[in-house]
Ligand binder design. Sequence first.
Ligand SMILES: NC(=O)c1ccc[n+]([C@@H]2O[C@H](COP(=O)([O-])OP(=O)(O)OC[C@H]3O[C@@H](n4cnc5c(N)ncnc54)[C@H](O)[C@@H]3O)[C@@H](O)[C@H]2O)c1
Length: 383
Amino acid sequence: MTRRTVRIAMNGVTGRMGYRQHLLRSVLAIREQGGVDLGGGETLWPEPVLIGRRDHALREIAERHGLTEWSTDLDAVLDDDTIDIYFDAQVTSARVEAIKKAIDAGKHIYTEKPTATDLEGALELARLARTAGIKHGVVQDKIFLPGLLKLKRLIDGGFFGDILSVRGEFGYWVFEGDWQDAQRPSWNYRAEDGGGIVVDMFPHWEYVLHELFGRVLSVQAHVTTHIPQRWDEQGKPYAATADDAAYGIFELEGGAVAQINSSWAVRVNRDELVEFQVDGTHGSAVAGLRNCRVQHRSATPKPVWNPDLPVTESFRDQWQEVPDNAEFDNGFKAQWELFLRHVVLDEPYQWDLLAGARGVQLAELGLRSSAEGRRFDIPELTL
Ligand SMILES: NC(=O)c1ccc[n+]([C@@H]2O[C@H](COP(=O)([O-])OP(=O)(O)OC[C@H]3O[C@@H](n4cnc5c(N)ncnc54)[C@H](O)[C@@H]3O)[C@@H](O)[C@H]2O)c1
């Protein structure tokens, strides 16, 4: 076996996503499995160089995982010709500037979503990347989740007949931070720091809907801030200026309608933190992160509306679990492997900065829809 090393500057690895999903569960997990098998006796070996603002935090992470390279000087790392890829999991508001520098330095780009806080910034990155001729990818992890992979399998197998509608429920209670610590960073709740549930979640809904059901043709949303005051990491109160709930309706190419509620101010009465119910003429499914259950038209009960009588059957028990029939890897890792293969083998890869810009576009038009009380068509993006 020969080893082909790919050096990746990883920025934002002290953060929740950067550390857990990207460093630990993806790049280090790939190393633990011996690299990515490229065929022909060759293995791809990712070599992370940790980037951040605090030297001691980077050193601590590096030492914990037996890594030897870290830096607080992004410019110097980008100047290093041996670095192949720049990866960004910083706070959203710091992303555009750093990615621009990395494109300028000729690095391939892999980044968390949203790629920018507005469409203009997202499109600029996509254009710069195209002009520079580098390879680029954006995290679109949800389509690699077992539940959604099973849903995709059902769609591809023709289970649904005509798909009529998609109902998504996403959310959980994020503590305010006074009597119990908040379980998400406080910048998420400040618009001025790039926070807000629409900017965070609509990019996910864009690629999930687009990839599974068809392009999003229009958006109508009601966006609000249910919890106006929160407490930050230091226990100090602050005004929550960003939206924490969004109720959106999306028309899809092919005629289906999607309605997705996203909220950090809802208590979970579901099996998973996100669930999508898909109803079709021949069957329905409810898919979450891991599981997916179905009901075929032949097994559909015939309830009759009569509020005077108690319910006599358990509707939830009438659904059937879709079997795994495969081993599912961590979604972030699966996408990293595809991106790395794209970089070194030039294999096709569709989740690029233009795809990322579509997510930012949906968020931007969703916010405008709510602010102006209008429904917006979504123009198809080109560079
Ligand atoms: N794909 C997903 O499912 C998913 C989920 C959550 C968050 N995200 C995205 O990942 C990114 C990081 O989110 P997170 O939840 O890990 O955030 P986090 O606050 O935990 O981490 C942010 C990182 O950015 C760094 N940073 C750089 N400049 C900063 C600044 N000016 N202020 C504060 N921190 C700064 C921090 O040091 C830290 O390493 C965001 O863009 C977010 O939208 C993606």
